[in-house]
Design a protein around this ligand. Sequence first.
Ligand code: GLY
Ligand code: MN
Ligand code: MN
Length: 436
Amino acid sequence: MNMHSIEFKQRRDALMARMGEGIAIIPTAPEVTRNRDSHYPYRFDSYFYYLTGFTEPESVLVLIAGEENKSILFCRDKDVEREIWDGFRFGPDAAKTEFSFDAAYTMRELDKMVPQWMGNQSTLFYSLGADTMWDTRVTHWLNTVKTQTRAGVSAPASIVDVRQHLDAMRLFKSPFEIDLMRQSANIAAQAHNRAMQKVAVGKLEYEIEAEFLHEFYRKGAQAPAYTSIVAGGANACTLHYNANNCELNDGDLLLIDAGCELHGYASDITRTFPVNGKFTGPQKTLYELVLSAQLAAIEAAKPGNHWNAPHEAALDILVQGFIDEKLCHGSKDEVIESASYRQFYMHRTGHWLGLDVHDVGDYKNKAGDWAILEAGNTLTVEPGCYVRPADNVPEHFWNIGIRIEDDVLITEGGHEVLTQAAIKTVSGIEAHMQRS
Ligand code: GLY
Ligand code: MN
Ligand code: MN
């Protein structure tokens, strides 16, 4: 048995406890064709993986909750011939044992078995609308059950989106998940530190992107968690810049937003530093401002505070700085009220982080109040400042784009910065980039 299978079984049991009674159908993600017969690198569905740890495509989890709970996997056949071409696959028998399922069948049995189990279940737990192919298939199963009404078989009276339970569960990371997130964060942090030393005037942004891929794969990460942003100079003012094809110029800053995925878990780090290793005066002024805002936001990331507390803490400092540097005008309250600061800070200060880089989980409760931070939550803290040339902007700040992003775990006593190994003070960066 896979040594971690008990953790995944416990998650399935927890979901079935929430379901009470009913049947859940949770397919994994399809393989996606890139061109002709080549595929994009396969990535499983996060919900399916959260409940199974099973990474093969063409798999479906079925949970039957009631007096007796049952978790059943459907997966590809064991097929020695196909394995010569595509590599190892578990097949139902080994998957059942290795991953602690109550039963496992081949995918060929899915259309026969599931309608049988759906009969007389009160509720179907399924993510309607997530995938039209699966919607069609599930609808067909429901219709199959409905044809049996005269035989005394009833179809589920209600369909509940299973994600509402899973999102709430995934918001709280277990020690096993936290350990993986620490490792993912550490790989990305080391990659950022290494990149700082590889950067030089005249190199191309994609050369630095390649350094990240090198480091991610070399350290055992399966993929980047998202397309890396490697943005020199003015490119940093484009929030989702990822062309990554420009030359790095003397006197410019370089903003890099890059993180990896380790056994499903994302890290998400941004660092900004001078291409030539030394901040100019205006760059340092705005960098120190964003760093103070980030440190204040991290300080506000603690249990009992609401979700927006880190954003408010960052904004408070950024807005005062924008006024002091003549980027914004008026009192702090006026600038916040009018939102004129958005010319320079137009995004929010973070998001939940986990199996998805923008992880699932509500930010507000049903009454419309901000979620309260609790131990086990993981989030990013990522204030920034982006100054595009404009008549109302002091010229010495033009084309400076800065973001500083760390990954934070809320703990009982406050927080742990998972990405703390990534250098971010001005003196730390300048010392680290100095080459003999
Ligand atoms: N890298 C995506 C983000 O920072 O949200
Ligand atoms: Mn982020
Ligand atoms: Mn990021």
